[in-house]
Design a protein around this ligand. Sequence first.
Ligand SMILES: Cc1cc2nc3c(=O)[nH]c(=O)nc-3n(C[C@H](O)[C@H](O)[C@H](O)COP(=O)(O)OP(=O)(O)OC[C@H]3O[C@@H](n4cnc5c(N)ncnc54)[C@H](O)[C@@H]3O)c2cc1C
Length: 334
Amino acid sequence: MRYLILGCGPAGIAAAKTILKSDKSASVVIATEESGPPYLRPLLPDLITGEMDLSAIRDPQGEDLASRGIEVRHGKRAKKVDAANRRVAFADGSEEAYDSLLIATGGKPAIPPPLRKTPGSVFPFDSLEDAQRIREKAKGKGDAVVYGPGFLGIVASVAMRRVGLSVVWLQPDLPRIGYPISGELEASILDNVRNKGVVIRDGIDISEVVELDGGVIGIRTSAGDQLRCSMIVAATERLPSVEFLRGSGVNVGTGILVDDHLRTSASNIYAAGDCAELRDKAGGESRINFGWRSAVKQGQLAGENMAGGGKVFIGKQEDYFWMLFGSALADRTR
Ligand SMILES: Cc1cc2nc3c(=O)[nH]c(=O)nc-3n(C[C@H](O)[C@H](O)[C@H](O)COP(=O)(O)OP(=O)(O)OC[C@H]3O[C@@H](n4cnc5c(N)ncnc54)[C@H](O)[C@@H]3O)c2cc1C
């Protein structure tokens, strides 16, 4: 069997290793748009602050792929899935065939229209390349505006303060995809963020961005006031990276719709991690389980099922939703 996995994040890596445990003669290929080795995305804030370097954030799970016989193809951005002919086309013009396909392409930050007009002033906060760009720019000091409604807004604001920039965090009233805190815990985390010197402006959106002379960025907010800064960090929610499935026949809602086995509407295509949209049996709601450890668990399960395991996804929200990576958010903001 030829297994093709799109995405070399925690879900893709976990699936590849699990498939090989169950199907010893499997041919497993991971195709990823990224150019370098896998890294620990939750540690990107530490790369920005300089508390960790590139070698410290490499994903140890990604180091033995070649020795296990898993082939990783870099610089391969999936552009189209032809489910009928079992092929994936990539942006570089190449194609890969598969018997069984896993989509583990995670999410990408949603950048709202007013921020798209001045791409040179806006720094998305999602990938290694993004973090390196933010770190370079932040070295010049200045004032940062962090924009985003949830978890990533918190970690981005704290990182920018640690670098020594003054920070205004605009927290728009937008839906949050992964936000595992509420009540007293949330209040105490937000207090930690404020105590670091971050100015939090709750429920405020960006209406317009203009580039002024001398690298200054002017922002008009939804409250009608003006802000000035040297960079805008877009720490917006990760929306599932699924645009290449258009026309494939695979059903997509916000994310890729999967059943209890993490199987999509096509019987030999599975999805796992931040790109998969699961139905919570208890609540009947669909949701995306943002989070590193959740992605690993889903990748393992999808891998087992692709190799014939027939395992059911554990549908309880707390099994996945709360499984954030590393030290608790309260400790990280202190
Ligand atoms: C700054 C930041 C901090 C975070 N901190 C935490 C934390 O503290 N705790 C926690 O649990 N989670 C955290 N997360 C979330 C966590 O990183 C994700 O939940 C997890 O990485 C999801 O894993 P995944 O395998 O589903 O997708 P990803 O890790 O996103 O991997 C998907 C891979 O697929 C690639 N890809 C995308 N589209 C294509 C395509 N068309 N073709 C080929 N390749 C493609 C991407 O480039 C990426 O490398 C954080 C995320 C960010 C951005």
